[in-house]
Write a protein that binds this ligand. Structure first.
Ligand SMILES: [Zn+2]
Length: 86
């Protein structure tokens, strides 16, 4: 999917970039690697959105260096799962 991130005002900084893989699992694709290669931010992907317990992947992006978290905080899962249950 192609999209343009929203423009930031002069004093705003991008901290977290979040997107969904719909029904597909959460992971960082080659497209994600291309999109994130110039940024400094946290990136979050939510997948398996058709399930009651969607998958989540997160990483730190630093201008082409990617450090994926081995374990997403449980509270983040609970936030996603709670949203699904509503
Ligand atoms: Zn992606």
């Amino acid at each position: 999917m192609k999209y343009e991130p929203p423009a930031l005002a002069g004093d705003e900084e991008l901290v977290m970039d979040c997107h969904s893989h719909g029904r597909h699992p959460a992971y960082f694709s080659s497209t994600d690697n291309q999109d994130d290669r110039h940024d400094v931010k946290m990136a979050l992907v939510i997948g398996n959105c058709d399930r009651s317990n969607p998958s989540v992947a997160a990483r730190l992006c630093a201008k082409g260096l990617f450090e994926e978290t081995k374990r997403v905080p449980q509270a983040w899962y609970q936030a996603v799962w709670a949203a699904e249950a509503k």
